[in-house]
Design a protein. Structure first.
Length: 205
């Protein structure tokens, strides 16, 4: 997991922290600046990813270890498969990804052995990791408006997930991955501006 993928950006945070909103705002900003980029997320829209979403929405029941392995399989295809991250990077595109292996450590460690979860997620690291810091209470308020509840939408669980995130990110503190904690309780526009200034400290004309 020491391999760093240049131009690979990952957005992480609790459910309701706004990672998906930032994904779309960043993609729009790259497009506006005419910088070639590729928007993606995990779980993916592939066959395995759709199976994971059904499990999260409780449409199907799978063992916890099976779910963790499904996430790993989906991630493997996401990185190494056709039209995946590596292929897009070879085209010199910036990759903007909503969730990655840090989510597996945070979420699957709730029900599976954490060391095992880390072991099966032996994937390259992104160049940039942005963790959007939002309190479990604020995330809960935002999620109350959703029509469908997923497996992990509970405030006590969110607090445990946050602790797992801290542990998981800390594992890689000696790597060359650039980690930034962003205040997620600002407006989406301010959050986006803060992220953009880190990526491109010099103005792009």
């Amino acid at each position: 997991m020491e391999n760093i993928l240049k131009k690979f950006i990952v957005l992480e945070g609790l459910d309701g922290s706004g990672t998906t909103t930032q994904l779309k705002l960043l993609k729009q900003r790259f497009d506006d600046k005419k910088i070639d980029s590729f928007l993606t997320m995990e779980p993916t829209d592939g066959v395995i990813g759709k199976l994971i979403r059904d499990a999260l929405r409780k449409k199907i029941a799978v063992d916890n270890r099976t779910l963790a392995l499904l996430f790993t399989a989906d991630r493997n295809e996401h990185i190494y498969g056709k039209d995946g991250v590596l292929e897009q990077l070879e085209k010199d595109k910036w990759i903007i990804c909503d969730r990655y292996l840090f989510s597996s450590i945070a979420y699957q460690s709730l029900t599976c052995n954490r060391d095992w979860v880390i072991e099966i997620n032996n994937f390259p690291l992104p160049e940039y990791l942005f963790f959007i810091e939002t309190s479990p209470q604020e995330c809960q308020k935002r999620m109350e408006s959703r029509n469908e509840k997923e497996l992990f939408e509970d405030i006590k669980l969110q607090e445990n997930i946050l602790n797992n995130y801290d542990y998981g990110i800390n594992i890689f503190k000696k790597s060359k991955m650039k980690v930034f904690f962003i205040n997620g309780e600002e407006s989406p526009e301010i959050i986006n501006e803060n992220i953009w200034k880190i990526l491109f400290p010099m103005p792009i004309i």
